[in-house]
Design a protein around this ligand. Sequence first.
Ligand code: GLU
Length: 254
Amino acid sequence: MRLTIKIGSNVLTRMDGSLDVTRMSSLVDQIASLRKMGHEVILVSSGAVASGRGELKHIQGDLDSVDQRQLFSAVGQCKLINRYFEFFREYGISVGQVLTTKENFSDTEHYKNQKNCIRVMLENEVIPIVNENDTVSLTELMFTDNDELSGLMAEMTKSDMLIILSDIDGIFTGNPKDPNSRLISIVKPGKDLSEYIQTSSSKVGRGGMKSKSGVASKVASHGISVVIANGKREDILIKIMTDRDNTPCTEFLC
Ligand code: GLU
């Protein structure tokens, strides 16, 4: 299967804001196993701004939000891609960095060009590691978050499945911290989940369950099944692909 896998900032960041390289390494191990099983992977990874912020702790104070995003993403993206590059290299897997903007998904020429870039990478067995180019994205024209970007990528690449990894198991019937809340494991096409969705967004990334659920419904309605799961759970990607019925996650059927 062709899989678009999105890893959120909160999966890759420790409590103190630093990059969780142990987690990254474990996710890379899992992606390497998925490749061995014959799956093709497009990785959409957040974490640039969060890891740049962790790296530049000493200069937080006086920057406005645009300056912060540009500076932190510039530094953090280097760190992030370097780590991925080294971790995947241990498996003899080549990866390439794709930094993109919303424009590349809007008009036809840009769209074709972006699609061609991913095609040539996949054809040559290079894993695209995609992120928004936060250094040049204009605030008004940005992707809502990388959930939106991953949905667009899954559609552009005609993926069979989109897996969105966050730090929660999926969509619950109430606040996930409330013991009475239940994880919704299957979402049938057209099911409206708005009554269940918490509106708060993540502390370190831009997304939240509302955006994940919106993206997931849209992508599923275009024929691509979507799984939302907890990227901090051990071997989560393997379990999703081999034993989904016994794995905590929310699957949007298409
Ligand atoms: N592109 C941002 C980053 O790498 C993440 C955006 C999001 O949180 O969805 O930090």
